[in-house]
Design a binder for this molecule. Structure first.
Ligand code: F6R
Length: 606
């Protein structure tokens, strides 16, 4: 959801800014732009490759701001691309977020003779700063005055021609991280573009403003009072944000599934005692013991992980669970109290809908927890306690490895909660033993990638797909369908297999294939009946089946096998062939799977 990046130092700013934008491209690619104070601005509709065609090397300077846009207000045209500027072209701003009171600010400035060129909300920011600069004659003071007028969400970086090495950045509801280097400093929407320069970062909180020059950084609140913030050291490596020989991040990240499970469980399981140690929950352990119910909140893929978590926690930890999408949660009247735990699941830790659900739950006295991948993100900081996924940075817009790690973290959380309740040591040991077998089993699935590729190619002319599953793999049907939709723009529906006869069966014919998760588990017989119902209507079946199941071949046109595993862990295996299927399907169509149209990673608007 829009990416901002800024640099001030003693090196040529152009390649640094372009490089930074390239690694931020998963946040938006409707338009791209850079501004170098005292040199100029370049903008382009599309992503960084289009921007590079705009004679950028004719710019010169050792500081600047850059932006990738995911359009909210105004079409993705060059005029609406950031950086935006004031009428004198002295103040330039890049912005991630939405200024809610932009209309009234714009009208007031127009009535005082200001003219606007774009149809964005952002343009009011440089204009308002210029308005205050005119009377105050002080760049810093003018920015503070303007920030106190703005309502809505923003992560911004501002430059001023007369003080070219100074960048002012501020955060309100949209992430901003400072990177602190040697004689150079950075601002970005997330640490990815900073990593190759420095691992020392400071995450700004809402209502904080930072002023950076090559040698200095200072942080203030909105009243211009200095604040001391701790520097954190990121433990991600640069290689983790590169493709490392893979054609796409999506494929690289699917192929990382084995390491992801290993990293999520590392140091957290004590098999002999049947216990799970989750350091991030230690401070709230007592409250968790007395919790009466859990509400899981997430969006998209994270929501589907939550649905699997509901089955896990209710069956094995014996605690009531409800799951809700973040975007709906606070628009009803959720009944929450101090015995309710709200568990937010989020890869980015910045999703606005999920964050607002957390805030609502906090207001009502619930304990809030997070299963979050991005260390230091807003959700990680605003929840009372939590579990980090340790999946490493996820760059592909379609979430794959983060989903694997969310499910793995939910297994750990289930055993953790279960052992304070009805789960006995032998059940816990069995689950924990099984979890350690996952990496090898995942490897076996990944080795079949070429088979999955040829199945995807075989069905590449189909325009509609159905995904069906039951029990633990009911949410996997939704997630499998979501993966195909978002990277292939193909109609795919996830359905509970038992629901087919209540309506969707009517759609089935020879041109409407179904992917059926038909594992040898407690609902196997039921699934077999359901796929027979589809077969009887000439529907084609691609089954995700348990290794060794020959019977399934009778009912299926194609079969992808996954190793046998404890039923509760089976979604972690079953989703992998579906991720690979979606990936290869989109590649066959020649689509850019890492940057699906209309989407962006990290959805920081509601
Ligand atoms: C789908 C996908 C999205 C995200 C959703 C939540 O592949 O990536 O559905 O899962 O936007 O994002 P996070 O997990 O960052 O809160």
């Amino acid at each position: 959801m829009c990416g901002i990046f800024a640099y001030t130092g003693n090196k040529n700013a152009i390649p640094i800014l372009i490089d930074g934008l390239t690694s931020l491209e998963y946040r938006g690619y409707d338009s791209a732009g850079i501004h170098i104070p005292q040199s100029g601005t370049r903008k382009a509709v599309g992503g960084v490759s289009q921007l590079k065609l705009q004679n950028i090397n004719s710019l010169q300077g050792t500081s600047g701001v850059a932006h990738l846009r995911w359009a909210t207000h105004g079409e993705p045209t060059e005029i609406n691309a950031h950086p935006h500027h004031d009428m004198s072209h002295k103040i330039h701003v890049v912005h991630n977020g939405i200024i809610e009171n932009y209309k009234e600010i714009k009208e007031s400035l127009i009535s005082q003779g200001y003219t606007f060129v774009s149809s964005t909300d952002t343009e009011v920011i440089p204009q308002l700063i210029a308005f205050y600069l005119y009377t105050l004659k002080d760049f810093e003071k003018a920015v503070f005055e303007a920030l106190n007028i703005l309502r809505g969400t923003y992560g911004i970086a501002v430059t001023y021609e007369n003080e070219p090495q100074k960048i002012i950045t501020a955060r309100c509801g949209a992430p901003v991280v400072l990177g602190l280097g040697m004689d150079e400093n950075f601002v970005a929407s997330d640490p990815t573009p900073i990593l190759r320069h420095t691992k020392n970062v400071i995450y700004l909180s809402d209502g904080e403003v930072a002023i950076i020059t090559p040698q200095t950084h200072a942080i203030y609140n909105l009243k211009n009072i200095p604040i001391t913030k701790q520097t954190e050291v990121i433990d991600w490596d640069v290689e983790q944000v590169q493709k490392n020989g893979f054609d796409h991040f999506m494929l690289k990240e699917i192929m990382e599934a084995k390491e992801v499970v290993q990293n999520t469980i590392r140091g957290r399981i004590k098999i002999n005692e049947g216990l799970v140690k989750l350091g991030g929950l230690e401070l709230v352990e007592d409250k968790l013991k007395h919790a009466k119910r859990i509400i899981i909140v997430g969006c998209g893929t994270a929501f589907y992980a939550g649905l699997v978590g509901e089955y896990m926690l209710e069956e094995h930890a014996g605690i009531p669970v409800e799951v809700e999408v973040g975007s709906e949660f606070r628009y009803r009247k959720p009944i929450l109290d101090e015995h309710t735990v709200l568990l937010a699941i989020s890869q980015s830790g910045e999703t606005a809908d999920t964050l607002e659900a957390i805030r609502e739950a906090k207001r009502k006295g619930a304990l809030t927890l997070g299963i979050v991948n991005t260390v230091g993100s807003t959700i990680a900081r605003e929840t009372d306690a939590g579990i980090y996924n340790h999946a490493g940075p996820e760059i592909g817009v379609a979430s794959t490895k983060a989903f694997i790690s969310q499910l793995t973290a939910l297994v750990l959380f289930t055993v953790f909660m279960g052992r304070t309740r009805s789960m006995n040591i032998s059940v816990a040991k069995e689950i924990l033993n099984e979890i350690t077998t996952l990496p090898d089993k995942i490897e076996k699935i990944l080795l079949q990638k070429d088979t999955i590729k040829s199945i995807a190619e075989k069905y590449s002319t189909s325009r509609d797909f159905l995904y069906i599953g039951r029990k633990y793999n009911y949410p996997i049907a939704f997630e499998g369908a979501l993966k195909l939709k978002e990277v292939s723009y193909i109609h795919a529906e996830g359905y509970g297999a038992g629901e087919m006869k209540h309506g969707p069966l009517a759609m089935i014919d020879q041109d409407f294939p179904s992917l059926a998760i038909t594992l040898q588990d407690s609902v196997y017989e039921k699934m077999i009946s359901n796929i027979q119902e589809i077969k009887a209507r000439k529907g084609k079946i691609i089954s995700i089946a348990t290794e060794g199941d020959r019977v399934i071949q009778e009912y299926s046109n194609d079969v992808i096998y996954v190793p046998s595993v404890h039923e509760m862990l089976s979604p972690i295996l079953a989703i992998i062939p579906l991720q690979l299927f979606a990936y290869y399907f989109a590649v066959t169509k020649g689509l850019d799977v890492d940057k699906p149209r209309n989407l962006a990673k990290s959805v920081t608007v509601e």
